[in-house]
Design a protein around this ligand. Structure first.
Ligand SMILES: NC(=O)C1=CN([C@@H]2O[C@H](COP(=O)(O)OP(=O)(O)OC[C@H]3O[C@@H](n4cnc5c(N)ncnc54)[C@H](OP(=O)(O)O)[C@@H]3O)[C@@H](O)[C@H]2O)C=CC1
Ligand SMILES: O=C1O[C@H](COP(=O)(O)O)[C@@H](O)[C@H](O)[C@H]1O
Length: 497
């Protein structure tokens, strides 16, 4: 561990929940192991369950063993963890929590800094933030920061109400809204690929790019999250946040500096330039799907409507494909296609940039065609970059063939920081670059609300795709009518077709 990393007490609200166990403890453990946490860090876990200190530390160790797969002695790490049984709805308990944190701060010499992490249901975010303020927990001598998890509201109105509520207790620069996609290495790489390569930046515009395709597909269905998901759907669960963040990063102008304000400013400009939809135009730009049962790897899987917590005639979409038009000088006329869904063919997040064809190309391939250049950013599960180019076919003639040049991140042989690990590290260090600003939340909800209102009004003919397929046919039609098609495979080894 190091002395120069910021000291802090990390207070986790919802310390017994799924997010804390599956993501936060393993992430903290990796930070600790990689010497990114100060000797003086401490974690206060709060939740209603009456756990003893020992129970809590055993839970933390068990979660590291399960999710980190690492069997070294975790006792020293766990000794930084303290449990405080607490009901967020009881105002009287906040003062006790304050005393508990203050004592620990003295014990660990944590410097008076407090990171409040909301790993609880979203309806608690506002009230807890207000109570932290009113009960003096933010009057500590060091900094205090608030970390909140998505969903940031259910629509524009509720997101604004949430922002107003937490904004009364914390300033915007103290609020860290987590979108875990922004912690992924290859998402962070978008900026570097674009702005550190002379061969891409001059071409990154409507003169040379035909379209951009962003896919985030999942093999899993809604599993145990049916109740939450049926209220949300893919539009709110993925498009409003992760997909729009990716669009913003691919489309933004170069920032003046690598500084949170400069980058947010550029992302906000993209969101402000999105061509707004109306009730009449939604169907031309966005389509939806819901998975049916299907056979995948010889196993028969149930349909969405058969899942726990889902209405039997649910109108909730588990798939969305859409087209964003960004009406600014750089992007006028270039469609940004996105799609996301559950129970699709493969787990894959990737960004494909398709370049325009040359005005004349004499060097066609054997089939008499010329393959467009593609730049593929593989976000997950593979991490890397593939360039699809044309080269001479090895024979006596002058025909071309499609080739790929690939950067495979896994060959670097370095441990890749996991998204939560990286984002928690940023919170502790006060770097809010990879977090979502209130303005981004507001603008993305405004855009998405038009679609969700339309979809609530006009029922779909669901289910419309079998489990294991890449969504419904209308997703293909969306691109085909513009003369394009989805570039399918995620594999770096195969030519993407
Ligand atoms: N799980 C995940 O992978 C992801 C979760 N999120 C978000 O993270 C947040 C947490 O999700 P998740 O961990 O899945 O939820 P869980 O339901 O698993 O956990 C909720 C936690 O809140 C505690 N809690 C509930 N009521 C109270 C109360 N009145 N006072 C104090 N503690 C309370 C529970 O403990 P107890 O019952 O002991 O009080 C539990 O620790 C949500 O906002 C979710 O949307 C976001 C992305 C991914
Ligand atoms: O935020 C969410 O993301 C996951 C997908 O994340 P990934 O890192 O595995 O791509 C999704 O399953 C979940 O429904 C959604 O809430």
């Amino acid at each position: 561990m190091t002395q120069d990393t910021p000291r802090a007490i990390i207070v986790i609200f919802g310390a017994t929940g799924d997010l804390a166990n599956r993501k936060l403890y393993p992430a903290l453990y990796r930070l600790y192991r990689n010497k990114k946490l100060s000797d003086h860090f401490a974690v206060v876990g709060v939740a209603r369950r009456p756990l003893t200190q020992e129970d809590f530390r055993n839970n933390v160790k068990a979660s590291i063993e399960e999710y980190q797969g690492d069997s070294i002695d975790h006792d020293e790490f766990a000794s930084h963890f303290h449990y405080n049984p607490f009901d967020a709805q009881h105002l009287s308990e906040y003062q006790k929590l304050d005393n508990f944190i203050t004592e620990l701060d003295q014990h660990h010499q944590a410097g008076g800094n407090r990171l409040f992490y909301m790993a609880m249901a979203p309806n608690f975010f506002g009230p807890i933030a207000a109570n932290l303020k009113s009960q003096g927990l933010t009057d500590n001598k060091g900094w205090s920061r608030l970390v909140i998890e998505k969903p940031f509201g259910h629509n524009y109105e509720t997101a604004q109400a949430l922002n107003d509520q937490i904004g009364q207790a914390f300033d915007e620069d103290q609020i860290y809204r987590i979108d875990h996609y922004l912690g992924k290495q290859m998402i962070q790489n978008i900026e570097i690929v674009r702005f550190a390569n002379a061969m891409f930046e001059p071409l990154w515009n409507n003169q040379y790019i035909a379209n951009v395709q962003i896919t985030s597909s999942e093999v899993l269905g809604v599993e145990e999250r049916g109740r939450y998901y049926d209220e949300s759907g893919a539009l709110r669960d993925m498009i409003q946040n992760h997909l729009l963040q990716m669009v913003s990063l691919v489309a933004m102008e170069p920032p003046a500096k690598i500084h949170p304000d400069d980058i947010r400013y550029e992302k906000v400009k993209v969101l402000r330039s999105l061509r707004p939809l109306t009730d009449e135009t939604v169907d031309d730009y966005f389509v939806r799907g819901q998975y049916d049962k299907g056979i995948v790897d010889d196993v028969e899987l149930n349909g969405y409507r058969e899942s726990n917590g889902v209405e039997e005639d649910s109108n909730t979409e588990t798939f969305v494909a859409g087209k964003f038009m960004i009406d600014n000088f750089r992007w006028a006329g270039v469609p940004f296609y996105v799609r996301t869904g559950k129970r699709m063919k493969e787990k894959c997040t990737k960004i494909v940039v398709q370049f325009k064809d040359l005005p004349l190309n004499l060097y066609k391939d054997n089939e008499g065609t010329i393959n467009p250049n593609l730049l593929v950013i593989h976000v997950a599960p593979e991490e890397g970059i593939t360039m699809h180019l044309n080269a001479k076919k090895t024979d006596y003639g002058m025909t071309s063939k499609a080739i790929t040049m690939h950067y495979d991140k896994s060959l670097e042989n370095v441990e890749v920081p996991e998204a939560y690990e990286l984002l928690i590290n940023d919170c502790i260090n006060g770097d809010s670059t990879s977090f979502v600003h209130a303005d981004e939340v507001a603008l993305s909800w405004k855009f998405v609300d038009t679609i969700s209102k339309r979809w609530e009004k006009v029922k779909a003919n669901f289910p419309n795709y079998a489990s294991g397929m890449n969504g419904p046919d209308i997703s293909d039609t969306l691109l085909n009518k513009d003369g394009f098609h989805w570039w399918e495979t995620c594999s770096k080894d195969k030519q993407e077709k």
